[in-house]
Design a binder for this molecule. Structure first.
Ligand code: NDP
Length: 284
């Protein structure tokens, strides 16, 4: 059985899904919407080529899925791009694709929940490409089902991957941004970070934490001309863990998320787009 969350745009599979989804937030579905998908050109891009020339972006989990689309979009806008992940094959192939398109690329195997890996990732990315001006904390995982069926190990793995990683990578990048008095930190959150639903316990906890951490970091850093924002997508067609099959006409594409990230990275210097909610137009 496939279970669709109209609030978050997620689809899930499994026996627990026979429980009817209850949303804790009663706000209307139109609240806070930015209808990104009414903006044309999410594949071709509205931002001018070269808009990010001279900038260096680090995209965690840039080897596949949403992160790969973000890395490609930022590279197409002229940024040099560093990507990381744990899988060497997808890292190499994505790096080769980016290089073939003419981009300066650094790739590195790194577990974003491991502080030694993160320190090495940031040091080597900056020595290879220059100071990081755009950080996209994208790497993440999903794990769904009732909390009482989950193990302590599953909690630790998911929270470390989705939340601790954001703390570790941001902490490593921020001193350089402060020194240069410039930066964008764009955290890929989720509509699950704004809502609650049956079976979403640990994942929602992680994305609510991303929202809270991002908001506080934004306040810590705006005096240094550093913007911290979140992109909150609904269901996106990727290999994201724990997901059931999706109707492609009712989900977002990775390129839609990349478009939102590019929009944030290319906004005017006086502007601070702090949170983007991204939904498929068609309801699940
Ligand atoms: P995928 O499963 O397709 O990709 C996950 C990416 O994260 C991979 O590049 C993976 O690389 C990387 N990653 C996972 N764990 C680690 C780790 N410990 N260290 C380094 N890299 C890691 O998922 P998506 O692309 O769909 O998801 C990307 C982000 O978007 C996540 O934060 C997710 O929560 C969020 N999101 C996704 C939605 C969706 O419907 N797909 C909806 C809303 C938000 P590797 O395996 O090589 O380590």
């Amino acid at each position: 059985m496939i279970f669709d969350c109209r609030k978050c745009g997620f689809s899930f599979a499994g026996t627990w899904l026979q429980t009817k989804m209850r949303m804790a937030q009663k706000a209307g579905p139109e609240e806070g919407r930015i209808r990104m998908n009414r903006i044309h050109g999410t594949d071709g891009g509205k931002q001018p080529a070269g808009a990010l020339a001279g900038q260096v972006a680090l995209v965690t989990g840039g080897n596949r899925g949403i992160g790969k689309a973000i890395a490609a979009r930022l590279a197409a806008l002229g940024a040099a791009v560093a990507i990381c992940g744990r899988d060497l094959n997808t890292l190499k192939s994505t790096a080769n694709e980016l290089k073939a398109a003419g981009s300066r690329v650094h790739w590195q195997r790194a577990d974003v929940a491991n502080s030694a890996d993160v320190a090495s990732l940031v040091t080597q990315s900056e020595s290879s490409l220059g100071g990081i001006s755009i950080l996209v904390n994208n790497a993440g995982m999903g794990l769904f089902g009732p909390v009482h069926e989950k193990t302590e190990q599953e909690w630790d793995t998911l929270i470390n991957t989705n939340v601790k990683s954001l703390f570790l990578v941001s902490r490593a990048v921020i001193p350089g941004m402060i020194q240069r008095q410039r930066g964008d930190i764009i955290n890929i959150s989720s509509l699950a970070g704004k809502n609650t639903f049956a079976g979403g316990g640990i994942y929602c906890a992680s994305k609510w934490a991303v929202q809270g951490l991002s908001g506080c970091m934004a306040e810590d850093l705006r005096a240094y001309n550093i913007r911290v924002s979140t992109v909150c997508p609904g269901s996106v067609a990727t290999e994201f863990s724990g997901r059931g099959p999706k109707d492609p006409s009712k989900v977002l594409t990775a390129q839609d998320v990349a478009h939102a990230v590019a929009m944030i990275a290319t906004q005017g210097p006086q502007s601070f787009l702090s949170e983007v909610h991204l939904r498929p137009v068609a309801k699940p």
